[in-house]
Design a protein around this ligand. Structure first.
Ligand code: PLP
Length: 417
């Protein structure tokens, strides 16, 4: 079979494919400790709440109604209206239904946005997507129709107390030329748990406005839901911002529901693309969560159950890791949000891919860090090969067992690579 250029690009091995394969393997192979994927934790209160919602839907006939009908290409009207009211009420943003579109997960939204705002233009110009702070989310890296679509900027690294460090945007090195069509950040960041400061966001917003390009903030873990943020940070949106949200980290990755908040012009464009590619976004996520968006339970659950659950887990995992690995070369990015700990093994004698494979052989799945540098072209940047990402939100037994395997392997590697 001969594949087109599109086919060649989208059938080759991608980091995100490895991640999803491993996730599946970890979930289906007994005795594998799965600290690799981005699956949200099974939080009993959240599952019970959602189970109750599902029962209600079945009882009142809304489940079959949702499944038996297409929504419009922008997404279910009642749901978009409820989201607009929620965002206006909770965050004070002037958001109406014309500012919101639904997609089949935010991963789909990124694909639309990256190719809508960057790539080839009718007059022959080419534009790229800029990630102002690498490391960034693995899922962005392959979501472009053209090659050479992304560019990224290395961060500054600040060493904090007690073995932690934090990345910041290196504004001195950040170049935003006329060849940039979109600036994109995840906040909180997957894989590092970094939360860009309010000042960083305001500076990026000012740069984007000056250049006449949008700023995409991927808010998959952010406010107002699921609110997996452990630090002070103001939610940010204006009509030059594209805010991507999702039901996944609330606990519903299987319904594939992403939410895009942007200018009416952008939302119209997204709606048209959605009609061509999907006819309509899936209706299960909106049906399941409409009542909680309308009555505000989504905020209560996020603030009172989801955030405290993850915060306690993150702190616990940091303590266990620091007890298990006391090498001076071992650093953890300050956990400010999201589901992950980003571990940096300074001067690691082997590549992070090899570390990943050695751990996999011992029954522990993590994600090697080098995938998280989309847009970085410096192959000699040692830091990008010295990190791994670990999902701290799994069961205590798994996290502890995983840390034990990791610590043994790390000591062995530093002593005799
Ligand atoms: N954005 C970030 C930063 C993520 O980590 C993820 C999933 O892990 C997503 C977006 C994807 O979300 P969705 O399930 O809505 O496609």
């Amino acid at each position: 079979m001969e594949f087109s250029t599109f086919g060649q690009k989208f059938t080759r091995h991608a980091g995100i494919t490895q991640l999803m394969d491993d996730l599946n393997q970890g979930l289906t192979t007994p005795n594998t400790i799965m600290l690799g994927g981005g699956n949200p934790a099974a939080i009993p209160e959240v599952l019970a709440y959602l189970d109750n919602q599902a029962q209600q839907l079945i009882k009142n006939g809304d489940l079959i109604k949702a499944m038996a009908n297409y929504d419009g290409p922008q997404g279910k009207d009642a749901y978009i209206n409820a989201l607009a009211r929620l965002l206006s009420k909770e965050l004070g943003w002037p958001v109406g239904p014309e500012h919101i579109a639904l997609t089949n997960g935010s991963q789909t939204a990124f694909f639309y946005l990256f190719n809508l705002l960057a790539g080839e233009f009718a007059d022959g110009r080419k534009k790229k997507v800029l990630f102002p702070l690498a490391p960034e989310y693995i899922g962005y890296g392959d979501g472009a129709l053209s090659e050479d679509h992304f560019v990224a900027c290395k961060p500054t690294i600040t060493q904090l107390d007690n073995g932690l460090f934090k990345y910041h945007v290196d504004f001195d090195q950040l170049e935003v030329g006329d060849d940039i069509g979109l600036i994109c950040v995840s906040r909180p960041t997957n894989p590092t748990g970094n939360v860009l400061t309010d000042e960083e966001i305001m500076r990026l917003d000012a740069i984007a406005r000056e250049k006449g390009i949008p700023l995409l903030i991927d808010n998959a873990y952010g406010m107002p839901f699921p609110n997996i943020i452990f630090t002070e940070a103001k939610p940010f949106w204006n009509d030059n911002t594209i805010l991507c949200m999702s039901l996944s980290k609330l606990g519903l990755p299987g319904v594939r529901c992403g939410i895009v908040v942007g200018s009416p012009e952008l939302i119209k464009a997204m709606t048209n693309i959605s009609g061509i590619i999907n006819l309509a976004p899936g209706s299960m996520g909106p049906a399941m969560t409409l009542p909680m968006m309308e009555n505000g339970d989504v905020i209560t659950l996020s603030n009172e159950v989801i955030r405290p659950f993850y915060q306690a887990k993150a702190q616990q995992a940091v303590t266990w890791l620091q007890e298990a690995i006391t090498l001076p070369q071992f650093h953890i990015h300050k956990p400010e949000g999201a589901l992950f700990l980003w571990l940096w093994f300074e001067d690691l004698p082997i590549h992070s891919q090899e570390l990943y494979e050695r751990l996999k052989q011992k029954g522990l799945l993590v994600v090697p860090g080098h995938y998280f540098f989309p847009g970085i072209t410096d192959e000699h940047w040692q830091h990008s090969k010295e990190c791994i990402r670990l999902n701290y939100a799994q069961s205590e037994a798994d996290v502890q067992a995983g840390i034990k395997i990791l610590a043994e392997e790390i000591y062995a590697i530093y002593q005799a690579p």
